[in-house]
Design a protein around this ligand. Structure first.
Ligand code: AMP
Length: 281
């Protein structure tokens, strides 16, 4: 596995490769787990070369403390990527990726950047789009692998890619959420939770599944499902729930309480750690 910190060296290496038809790219913030590795595996199946980036992107954190507390584990990440037979890992410094005079873009993402995660983390999606755009510019991948665990992020990046209209064209591949045996979505943030909180955290997916079943199998009212769901999350050890929302195909929050949603998404905090999850109806 090749490891690069330097942009020019990475580009020289990619330029020197012969008979390469497709590059798969997996952007991550490190502290890797099986969920990230499932994206590497998917990319390896479909591309000649798989590149994984490891970069904790400061500009997507609206909260400095959250950025500082974000788990970092570079040595272990490299070992996991080697074991997964990833071809290239790119670990740039902040200065290399975003030098002082870097001209950040303001992407016209529409309403999606102001709801759900966007509402609770102002500027978050502009930060995400800027870093992903920067990586795409450097690497010029053919396929981009993203996890459905961050569903809104997938939709936002899809929009950004539409806006940029990259040449050659860039395909997005959306990968299923990897979960532990109880159903809890794997997340780098889980590393900050006690055993007790990890057990409690399963309530997020259990509540999402319950709401989905109610919608599919009975007459339902989204407003009472909403109240029930928030209640059950709070009763199971979570300190707060930022949102538990029903959205339609276009990612608009549903206000008609008898409309069948396309997705349900939630974000809630336990032991001061904010977790997100979602379910597709
Ligand atoms: P992160 O390092 O959290 O920024 O995540 C990097 C990529 O891995 C993103 O596309 C995430 O959606 C994806 N990812 C994170 N957790 C999981 C998971 N449990 N299952 C599948 N993909 C995931």
């Amino acid at each position: 596995m090749e490891i690069f910190n330097n942009i020019i060296q990475l580009q020289d290496f990619l330029g020197s490769l012969k008979d390469i038809n497709s590059i798969g790219f997996v952007p991550t913030m490190g502290s890797l787990h099986t969920g990230h590795l499932s994206l590497i595996e998917a990319s390896k199946k479909e591309n000649d070369i798989t590149i994984c980036s490891v970069f904790v992107n400061k500009i997507q954190f609206n909260n400095e403390a959250d950025f500082i507390k974000y788990p970092r584990n570079e040595e272990q990440d490299i070992e996991l990527l080697k074991a997964a037979e990833c071809d290239v890992v790119f670990i740039p410094t902040q200065e290399a990726l975003f030098p002082e005079n870097y001209c950040y873009e303001n992407f016209n993402l529409g309403e999606i950047e102001n709801v759900l995660e966007g509402l609770y983390r102002p500027g978050h999606f502009q930060g995400v789009c800027n870093v992903v755009h920067r990586f795409i510019d450097i690497i010029q991948p053919n396929k981009l692998y993203l996890g459905l665990k961050d569903l809104q992020q997938c939709k936002v990046i899809e929009k950004m890619i539409q806006l940029k209209n990259y040449k050659p064209s860039l395909e997005i591949v959306l990968c299923e959420t990897s979960r532990n045996s109880s159903g809890l979505a794997l997340s780098s943030r889980n590393k900050r939770l006690s055993k007790n909180a990890l057990n409690h955290a399963v309530i997020l997916i259990d509540t999402l599944k319950f709401a989905k079943n109610q919608i599919l199998n009975s007459t339902f009212d989204l407003s009472s499902l909403y109240k029930k769901s928030i209640d059950s999350i709070l009763k199971n050890g979570f300190e707060s729930v930022d949102y538990f929302e029903f959205v339609d195909e276009d990612f608009e929050i549903i206000t008609n309480h008898s409309q069948v949603p396309k997705y349900i998404l939630t974000a809630a905090t336990i032991e001061d750690v904010r977790l997100i999850d979602n379910i597709i109806i």
